[in-house]
Ligand binder design. Structure first.
Ligand code: NAD
Ligand code: IPM
Ligand code: MN
Length: 389
């Protein structure tokens, strides 16, 4: 079989709850592959639980396993009030992991995975309907990783970018714009050419923003003249994302801090963070090379609902699907998981039952949602293998 080594880091609070469901979904993919696909899990810890056990949010050994012995990292979510924000907090473990793997391209798709979710958006249905963009967040630079000074009465974070950091992110944006519609993430709205790329910065204020805009423009002019590139200041993009999210159908290419904020805002457009996955790639996706990456939901450890079986595992399950697509080149299997999630959200093929978590106005538990996705996925994969002989 094709073997894929997955480092599993569930994290804190709801992290282990959503991870359990994503792993069951991957087990279905493996079991339905007639021996062709084998997932090898290495279970380790990171986050607050690692602080409690090892005194550090991520050990050097886990970082080594991530880089040297894994094809991808499936990450839950870390943090919580019991650990606070004093460095080294649980979140700093995730940042170290991103930096250690140089997982610079953080892909955060924003779309309604089922039409039945459109009425749940806080936006008017006519405005929300059809939203389909990929937010691409630079993940290893900017204010997150610049030089820091932390004193009793003074603190600063250096918001710095080098040309090569912007260039490689722009190339990923171009690759995504080119495949949108073909790889299952897009709507197929761009069969006649690549999607538009919206570059977002504060070039009117920040020196790093001016470099962002200049380098991005050069990359597109020199390497991707067929792709439409537009610039939108990050503050007004944030307003327009609420007023007319469809306007950004395509790819938003932005810096680490703006991307963090805009991706949570994208959760607001959809109506919940519970369905938004993410992929942090260590290379430019080309559809055939294997490339390491970190796959985690956009949401956090949701301490307010942890331990009660209330959390929606969909974002973690969809993150596993992105892992199959981007790190393992298993696009058909990724699409099958996305289709199963959609069918469960639609409420079809599961006896007309509405299997939804509380964030979507339902009463289903985390494991009931996992059960339903697994059941529908088995069916989809069975049909697929029958039809392919
Ligand atoms: P959060 O994303 O954890 O929660 C925000 C709100 O959304 C909460 O009301 C929560 O209950 C709800 N929510 C989030 N995910 C949900 C899901 N899957 N199903 C149903 N409801 C869901 O954000 P927060 O409360 O600001 O942060 C909590 C902790 O998580 C903090 O320590 C933060 O630093 C950390 N965090 C970690 C990650 C990560 O590990 N990748 C990401 C973001 C935040
Ligand atoms: C995210 C999170 C992280 C970030 C934290 C937990 C370090 O909010 O993945 O969006 O700020 O990048
Ligand atoms: Mn965030």
């Amino acid at each position: 079989p094709q073997t894929f080594r997955i480092l599993v880091l569930p994290g804190d609070h709801v992290g282990p709850e959503v991870m359990a469901e994503a792993l069951r979904v991957l087990d279905v993919v493996q079991a339905s592959s007639s021996g062709k696909i084998k997932f090898e899990y290495n279970h380790q810890i990171a986050g607050g639980c690692s602080i409690d056990k090892h005194g550090t949010p991520i050990t050097d050994e886990v970082l080594r396993i991530a880089k040297e012995e894994s094809d991808a990292v499936l990450f839950g979510s870390v943090g919580g009030p019991e650990w606070g924000t004093t460095y080294p907090n649980p979140e700093s473990g995730l940042l170290r992991l991103r930096q250690h793997l140089d997982a610079f391209a953080n892909i955060r798709p924003c779309t309604f995975y089922s039409r039945s979710l459109i009425p749940l958006s806080p936006l008017k249905p006519a405005i929300a309907d059809g939203t389909n963009f990929i937010l691409l967040r630079e993940n290893c630079g900017g204010a997150y990783f610049g030089a820091k000074v932390e004193e009793a009465d003074f603190a600063s974070d250096s918001w710095a970018y080098r040309r090569d950091e912007i260039e490689r992110c722009a190339r990923v944006a171009a690759a995504l714009a080119t495949t949108m519609g073909k790889d299952g993430l897009g709507t197929g709205q761009c069969p006649d050419g690549p999607a538009t790329v919206w570059s977002s910065d504060k070039a009117n204020v920040l020196a790093s923003g001016r470099l962002w805009r200049r380098v991005t423009s050069e990359v597109f002019a020199n390497e991707f003249p067929n792709i439409e590139l537009k610039h939108q200041l990050a503050d007004s993009l944030s307003m327009l994302m609420v007023k007319n999210p469809r306007m950004f159908n395509g790819v938003i290419h932005t810096d680490n801090t703006f991307g963090d904020m805009l991706s949570d805002q994208a959760g607001g457009v959809v109506g919940t963070l519970g369905v938004l996955p993410s992929a942090s790639l260590c290379g430019i996706p080309d559809g055939h090379s294997r490339c390491n990456g970190i796959y985690e939901p956009v949401h956090g450890s949701a301490p307010d609902i942890a331990g009660k079986g209330l959390v929606n595992p969909t974002a973690q399950i969809l993150s596993a699907a992105l892992m199959l697509r981007y790190s393992f080149n298993l696009a058909p299997e990724a699409a099958a998981i996305e289709a199963a999630v959609q069918k469960v959200l639609d409420g079809k093929d599961i006896g007309g039952l509405e299997i939804r978590s509380g964030d979507l106005g339902g009463r289903a538990t985390t494991s009931q949602i996992g059960d339903a996705v697994c059941q529908v996925l088995e069916q989809i994969l069975k049909e697929k293998s029958n039809s392919s002989g």
